[in-house]
Design a protein around this ligand. Structure first.
Ligand SMILES: [Zn+2]
Length: 295
């Protein structure tokens, strides 16, 4: 701050000429009229160059790691991360209970990773107990209830795949109703840009929380690093960012890049669980009911 003020005071004409040049360039590139008065120049000269302290605070990122529950590659590395993450655990699989309990013990958030039918994809990728478009209202409700019962300590839910189901109002309305009744929020993984989840959540007074960036849609460290940098930029600009990565095929690359990135970014960004974000941004308190809770 002091250095900037001193520089400005010692060479006002340099700044004035530079600003005029910038304005001229903007006019040329904009291809139209643009007011660049002496008054606005003067105002710009006196603008502080240092961001006020309050604006540098509360930059938060919630990293959700999907596909836990089947002894997937990278799970141990994710659970040993030095910051709080969120583990999305698929129901009815061999390590469902173990992974959810481990996340809880490490102080991380656990959520149900609910398998849902995609537009394109093999049925065997869905996992047991999936929500498919041919189910009746009653069957959808039963499957969501059973999934919540199967993942201990879950405070929310997100969708595994589900590009077809998340655009289906009938089904998603039931899914959200069950989540709300059980005290859970729903995170839209945003596998379909036509998803109805956000608008439905608002209409039901639930937080319209969704994924902003997929970290590992390509399994390469440079790509995952690039996605983490994008996420950091978004968190710094918009004060929050939700990202999704995976254990499994990309697990070791994802966990390795997440570890190096959180270490690098920790003094600028606070890494929080998705439950913290929902509470602090939308003032919505997860209140899971038995038998899934941790009382
Ligand atoms: Zn998944």
């Amino acid at each position: 701050m002091k250095k900037a003020e001193r520089t400005g005071a010692s060479s006002p004409w340099t700044i004035r000429i530079s600003l005029m040049l910038v304005c001229m360039l903007v006019i040329v590139y904009a291809g139209g009229p643009m007011i660049c008065s002496a008054r606005s120049l003067a105002a710009e000269e006196t603008q502080p160059t240092v961001i006020p302290q309050s604006k540098t605070q509360h930059k938060r990122m919630a990293i959700i790691i999907d596909d836990a529950g089947n002894d997937m590659k990278g799970t141990a590395e994710i659970l040993n991360m030095p910051v709080k993450l969120t583990l999305a655990v698929m129901p009815f699989l061999p390590t469902t209970k173990k992974d959810a309990a481990a996340a809880h013990e490490k102080g991380m958030d656990a959520i149900v990773h609910m398998p849902m039918e995609p537009k394109v994809g093999r049925p065997e990728w869905l996992g047991p107990g999936a929500i498919t478009s041919n189910l009746t209202d009653k069957e959808v409700r039963e499957r969501v209830e059973k999934a919540i019962d199967d993942v201990p300590y879950a405070i929310g839910m997100n969708n595994h795949m589900g590009s077809k189901i998340t655009s289906d109002k009938r089904i998603m309305s039931i899914v959200l109703d069950v989540c709300r009744e059980r005290g859970l929020f729903f995170v839209d993984s945003r596998t379909n840009f036509r998803s109805v989840v956000g608008e439905l959540a608002v209409s039901k007074n639930m937080p319209p929380v969704g994924n902003d960036i997929f970290l590992d849609d390509r399994n390469s460290k440079p790509h995952i690093r690039q996605q983490m940098d994008l996420a950091a930029k978004r968190a710094l600009e918009k004060n929050m960012c939700v990202v999704i990565g995976h254990v499994g095929q990309t697990g070791l690359n994802t966990s390795s890049v997440v570890r190096e990135s959180v270490t690098r970014l920790q003094d600028q960004i606070e890494f929080v669980g998705i439950g913290d974000l929902v509470r602090e941004v939308w003032h919505w308190h997860a209140a899971p009911t038995l038998p899934t809770n941790n009382k």
